[in-house]
Design a protein around this ligand. Structure first.
Ligand code: NAP
Length: 283
C-alpha cells in the first residue's frame, strides 16, 4: 500500500512518518505542493500514485484564524477540496484530520461523530468546511477528529508550559475549558487501523480521559518535577482572540470497532516526557 502524507512536517505529520515503513509512505510538505494550488496538488498525486492520502496539513493557528480568515479558509476549505478532487481523479482514498473545535461546547456528554456541529471560531468553521468538501468530493473517505495535540516534534502546549515554568515565577492557565489531550505518537499508531480496515466515515480518536488546560499544566509540571506555582484563571481572564468551546471531549465509541483504544492522557504524557528526555530536550 502506498500512503501519501500531506503535512509531513507538522506536529502530527512528523509522527505519522515514524509509524509507516519508509517504503510505504510518500511524505509531502508545503514545499512539495501548496494545497491551495490545485495544479501543484494534481502534480504531487500523479507523481506519488497513492492508495491512500492522509491530509494532516492545515492552517492550525486558532487565534491567527480570527485575524486572517481568508488564509484559514484558503488552506482548510479550498486546500482540502483540491486534495479531495485530486484523490478522486487518481482513485485514491482520503483520510482527513479534523478537530474537536467543530463543536460549541454546550454538550454535557462526550460528542459523538454524528452530533450536530457548531464551531465558535474561524479555525473551526474552516475545518468544518474542509470536512464538507471531503464528503462532497469523495466516495470513500475517513474523517479522524482529534483534540489538544501534543508531541515532541514541534512546539505544543506542554513544551510551552515547561518553558514558561523555567522563565516565569508563576503561571496562570485557563481552567474552564475541558478536553482530551492527545499524544501525536498514539494518534499516528491508531490511524493505521482505519486505513488497514478500508474504513469509511467519521472517527473520534483521542487519548482517554479529560481535563482542563489548568489540570493539564499542573500535571505536566508535577511529572516534570517543576515547582513553579500554577494558578487557575477563566477564559474571560485569558482574553484570547478566538472563542473556544468550554467542553470538547470526543466520544471514543466509534474507534473501538476498529480495535482502537488509546491509553489515558496521563500515561501518554509520561511517554511524551520520556521522549523529550531521550531527545535531550528535557532535563
Ligand atoms: N494541534 C492541535 O492541537 C490539533 C487539535 C485537533 C486537530 N488538529 C488537526 O490535526 C492536523 C495536524 O495538526 P498539527 O498540529 O500537526 O499542524 P501543524 O503542526 O501546524 O502542521 C501543519 C502542517 O500543514 C502544512 N501546511 C500548512 N499550510 C499548507 C499549505 N498551504 N499547503 C501545504 N501544506 C501546508 C505545514 O507545512 P509546512 O511546515 O511545510 O508549512 C505543516 O506540515 C490538522 O488538520 C489540525 O487541524 C490539530
Amino acid at each position: 500500500m502506498r500512503i501519501l502524507i500531506i503535512g509531513a512536517s507538522g506536529l502530527l505529520g512528523n509522527d505519522l512518518l515514524g509509524e509507516w515503513g519508509r517504503n510505504e509512505i510518500i511524505p509531502a510538505t508545503s514545499r512539495d505542493a501548496d494545497i491551495r494550488d490545485i495544479a501543484q496538488v494534481r502534480q504531487l498525486v500523479t507523481h506519488a500514485r497513492p492508495d491512500w492520502i492522509i491530509l494532516a496539513a492545515a492552517y492550525s493557528d486558532v487565534d491567527g484564524g480570527e485575524r486572517n480568515p481568508e488564509l484559514a479558509f484558503a488552506v482548510n476549505r479550498d486546500g482540502t477540496k483540491n486534495v479531495a478532487i485530486a484523490a478522486n481523479e487518481h482513485g485514491a482514498k482520503l483520510l482527513y484530520i479534523s478537530t474537536d473545535y467543530l463543536f460549541d461546547g454546550t454538550s454535557n456528554r462526550p460528542y459523538e461523530p454524528d452530533d450536530p456541529i457548531h464551531p465558535l471560531n474561524v479555525y473551526g468553521m474552516s475545518k468544518a468546511a474542509g470536512e464538507l468538501a471531503v464528503r462532497e468530493q469523495m466516495k470513500q473517505w475517513v474523517v479522524v477528529r482529534t483534540s489538544w495535540l501534543f508531541g515532541a516534534s514541534r512546539t505544543c502546549f506542554p513544551e510551552k508550559i515547561l518553558t514558561a515554568a523555567d522563565t516565569q515565577s508563576e503561571l496562570r492557565v485557563v481552567d474552564d475549558q475541558v478536553g482530551s489531550p492527545t499524544y501525536t505518537r498514539d494518534l499516528a499508531v491508531a490511524i493505521r487501523k482505519p486505513i488497514q480496515a478500508d474504513a469509511h466515515g467519521v472517527l473520534n480518536i483521542t487519548n482517554t480521559g479529560s481535563c482542563s488546560w489548568f489540570e493539564f499544566a499542573r500535571e505536566i509540571l508535577h511529572k516534570a518535577g517543576r515547582r513553579t506555582p500554577v494558578f487557575p484563571i477563566t477564559t474571560a481572564d485569558a482574553a484570547r482572540p478566538a472563542r473556544r468551546p468550554a467542553y470538547s471531549v470526543l466520544s471514543p465509541a466509534a474507534p473501538a470497532a476498529y480495535g482502537i483504544t488509546l491509553r489515558s492522557w496521563h500515561d501518554a504524557l509520561d511517554a511524551y516526557l520520556a521522549e523529550l528526555r531521550q531527545k535531550g530536550k528535557l532535563r
